[in-house]
Write a protein that binds this ligand. Structure first.
Ligand code: 4G1
Length: 266
């Protein structure tokens, strides 16, 4: 898959391409990422990329001409359909379903990362096909949002993750949060690994993990349970759970009220 990123800070995207599964996908040719810097499309000696907002007020807006030329250059760089996506707090939330749709679609992606107070509304209207937001908080730029999209989409490309099974079974693919994980040692400060995981009874382990995942999801993210689709086995296991679960220890969900205040015992 080809992904183009229009950004004033291409180094932020280049860094992402060096590491882990995304790095391997890029090196293996599964993923091709190209960056387009509006600064390279400026025409003045100062290479200006920002401009003042009409109406006044604080902050600057991305200058129209360099941004527009960079987006158009990205569009022209390869044939075939492209989706120009502006990462923006005004967009619908980017979630796993959207990641799947982008990974499975035929269109290549052109991700536009904003800076300053964002982009001119008319550039949005004429050059951008859709907007996506990674969440509700203030950022200094759209690059991290673009990185989130690249990461989430890349791991869904066939062959990107070594173990396809882990992609199929992971949280959101199953519709549930993850069950608790344990590794060596068998005991830490008197806290043992649950016995069932040591027994080697794979059906029993699968049942325990499923029930743990449901209990966690019900307590922490109950809204995820509404659309859940289960096979016969899992429907049976679900029916065995108590209607209201015995309280998960608070320490599993929070930091136990530890505010980090020096000298406080939690
Ligand atoms: C108003 C957050 C402004 C931010 C309200 C999630 C945030 C891109 C995202 C902002 C950005 C809220 C995102 C804000 C983002 C222009 C340059 C927009 C950076 C910019 C809640 C600054 N998902 N934010 N404005 O953060 O690009 O994609």
């Amino acid at each position: 898959m080809r992904i183009d990123v229009v950004t004033l800070f291409p180094g932020m995207i280049a860094e992402l391409m060096e590491w882990g599964i995304v790095g391997r996908a890029a090196k293996g040719g599964l993923l091709g990422v190209h960056t387009w810097n509006p600064r390279d499309y400026t025409r003045d000696v100062h290479r200006t990329v920002d401009d003042r907002p009409y109406g006044g007020g604080p902050g600057m807006v991305m200058m129209v001409q360099p941004l527009r030329d960079a987006i158009r250059a990205a569009r022209a760089a390869a044939p075939g359909p492209a989706r120009v996506i502006y990462l923006s707090p005004q967009g619908p939330r980017f979630d796993q379903a959207r990641a799947r749709a982008l990974a499975e679609g035929d269109a290549r992606l052109i991700l536009v990362a904003g800076r300053y107070e964002g982009i001119d509304e008319r550039v949005l209207e004429s050059e951008v096909d859709e907007e996506l937001s990674i969440g509700d908080y203030v950022l200094t730029g759209g690059e991290l949002a673009a990185a989130v999209v690249i990461d989430a989409v890349t791991r869904l490309l066939p062959g990107a993750v070594g173990d396809e099974d882990s992609v199929r079974q992971d949280s959101f693919a199953t519709g549930l949060l993850e069950y608790p994980q344990y590794t060596r040692p068998r005991e830490i400060d008197g806290r043992a690994v649950p016995e069932v995981l040591l027994g080697g009874n794979h059906l029993e382990i699968e049942e325990w993990r499923f029930k743990q995942a449901v209990l966690r999801t019900r307590r922490r993210r109950p809204e995820l349970l509404s659309g859940l689709e289960l096979d016969k086995q899992r429907r049976r296991w679900l029916a065995e759970l108590p209607a209201e679960d015995a309280r998960e220890p608070e320490s599993e969900r929070t930091n136990g009220g530890n505010t980090g205040t020096a000298g406080e015992r939690s």
